[in-house]
Write a protein that binds this ligand. Sequence first.
Ligand SMILES: [Zn+2]
Length: 143
Amino acid sequence: MAWISFPGLKPTYFVKEALFSIASAIGKPLHLDQATINKTRPSCARVKVQVDLLSNFPKHVEMEIINEHTKESRLEHVKIQYDMLPKYCMNCKVQGHAKEECRGLHPELKQENTTENYAEDIDKKTGENTNNDTRKKRVTHNN
Ligand SMILES: [Zn+2]
């Protein structure tokens, strides 16, 4: 579950149908936030979506707008912002830490004296992650 925002979206698209159809490019739209429904924050529309953490998160969505009267269509780019995206590690296939913070991928992180809880969580989980070696081979690096 994640909130996505459309900063600078035209007020014309501040309707549930339009916002949901843009949001469906990212995931399954669930609902709008209260300020978006009430149009009390015209600067930014927000939609809660169910996302697949394994998928890519585009920064823009191309929206095809069809004029009901002229039947003309045009493309508009909508900027997407992600709020509170849960951290997900592609390497360990677990939530709680990002790939960038993964101690399996970055052994040097083990040396750091970190006070964050995720490091502790990983230690507790190491028993379950005995298949790490085989899983690693399936990881595709696209950065
Ligand atoms: Zn990891």
